[in-house]
Ligand binder design. Structure first.
Ligand SMILES: C[S@@+](CC[C@H](N)C(=O)[O-])C[C@H]1O[C@@H](n2cnc3c(N)ncnc32)[C@H](O)[C@@H]1O
Length: 200
């Protein structure tokens, strides 16, 4: 798969053929922990590339009513709607992350195996987009793979140094460290990141 072809039809096919090895089937433990410890339930939260949406579902069911699920794949959205039929339709964004137009709107972006799924050439664009759609106090929370995968991606990995350099152009990195809250298949190579939008 050419990295440039990671388009909507690529992702539709992955779901259609049930080739969804990334899918945990449950909320990611590190993100569950974040929800369980966050007191401000009125935050506007975006979960891009949310897939079957276990994180969006968990947050919503635990009182975070302003969560926005985003995925460009219709098949992913269908799966999410099946998993979470009571989730508000107007908070389901079936669009490309790079086309999000709510400038300065979100308080939080939650990262769970979306960053690793895009063409690495788009990583700077991801950081710029996240910066643009977060409000002045906005933050990114989530997981990044600290590993170089031997297989043709996605997923595409990286190092602590790569991520630090990339995100620190526009964010103050509060935490970027190995997490113990990984599922067993990802133990030892996931970094938990907390990054706050820089004030200029
Ligand atoms: C590796 S999957 C991860 C799904 C989910 N986060 C999970 O962990 O189960 C990547 C997801 O990102 C979506 N995606 C890829 N590129 C996208 C883009 N540019 N905008 C929005 N969604 C995208 C895919 O459709 C897919 O659902």
């Amino acid at each position: 798969m050419k990295k440039n072809n990671l388009n909507k039809s690529y992702w539709e096919n992955r779901y259609f053929q049930n080739q969804i090895g990334w899918d945990l089937g449950v909320v990611s433990p590190a993100i569950k922990f974040w929800f369980d410890n966050e007191k401000n339930k009125s935050l506007n939260i975006l979960i891009p590339g949310a897939g079957n949406g276990y994180e969006a579902k968990y947050g919503f069911e635990n009182g975070f009513k302003n969560i926005f699920y985003l995925d460009l794949s219709e098949n992913a959205v269908k799966g999410f709607k099946k998993n979470c039929p009571y989730f508000p339709n107007e908070q389901i964004l079936m669009i490309d992350f790079f086309d999000v137009s709510q400038i300065g709107f979100f308080d939080v972006i939650i990262e769970q195996t979306f960053f690793c799924a895009i063409n690495p050439k788009l990583r700077k664009k991801y950081v710029d987009k996240a910066y643009q759609i977060l409000n002045s106090n906005g933050k990114i929370f989530g997981l990044l793979f600290e590993k170089i995968f031997n297989t043709e991606g996605p997923p595409f990995g990286g190092s602590h140094k790569d991520y630090y350099e990339l995100f620190s152009s526009k964010f103050d990195i509060k935490t970027l460290e190995k997490t113990k809250k990984s599922v067993s298949a990802r133990k030892g190579f996931e970094l938990w990141m907390e990054a706050k939008k820089k004030e200029w």
